[in-house]
Design a protein around this ligand. Sequence first.
Ligand code: COA
Length: 181
Amino acid sequence: MEGKTVKSSQTTITELMIPSYANFGGKVHGGILLGLMDKVAYVVASKHSGDYCVTVSVDGVEFKEPVEVGDLISLAASVNYVGNSSMIIGIRITSLKPKTGEEKHTNSCYFTMVAKDEEGHPTQVPELILEEEIEVRRFCDAKKLRALRFEIKKMLNIEVKGLTFEEMKTMVAENRCIIKA
Ligand SMILES: CC(C)(COP(=O)(O)OP(=O)(O)OC[C@H]1O[C@@H](n2cnc3c(N)ncnc32)[C@H](O)[C@@H]1OP(=O)(O)O)[C@@H](O)C(=O)NCCC(=O)NCCS
């Protein structure tokens, strides 16, 4: 299987935030933005793999400031890392106020997508050809993110799943919860 460049699957989608996207507070609903992120991640992953892809995990999504109705949101996405069947797609989100031209980088986040074959099994994706130093840097960052994610999963399994009920009660004794179980 031949490798593919990062550029060959890079994609940007832009969407105007219309009034029907607003939540009860008049700002854009977080789910609308998550949906756009998932869409652009799917496009990039299927362009790179040439297969049907599914979303497996999401890292780094934060809503630090509200997005307003009328903002133009752009999501620039590229493959940052490939494993065997998985790909980490980096998404840079910017918002632009069309009337003033004010532009803001709102968030960067990472979607892990897995390519599937016709039987629905994970299938190998092409190697990633890195042509620029920034692409090598992003590959390294994503590799660290993937290792960290596995470490967290392992820690949760060992440290939380392994605890007795009494140990869990001790663990949360100082926290703002009332155990009635
Ligand atoms: C993700 C999924 C394909 C994993 O299947 P599996 O049989 O466990 O396959 P594997 O263990 O070989 O994992 C496949 C790849 O996913 C990666 N992966 C699995 N779980 C992961 C997780 N929680 N986070 C990040 N990557 C993960 C593995 O590291 C592996 O990557 P690699 O091939 O690059 O090494 C399977 O659980 C699935 O289909 N989930 C549903 C996804 C879906 O439908 N999403 C849409 C939600 S509406």
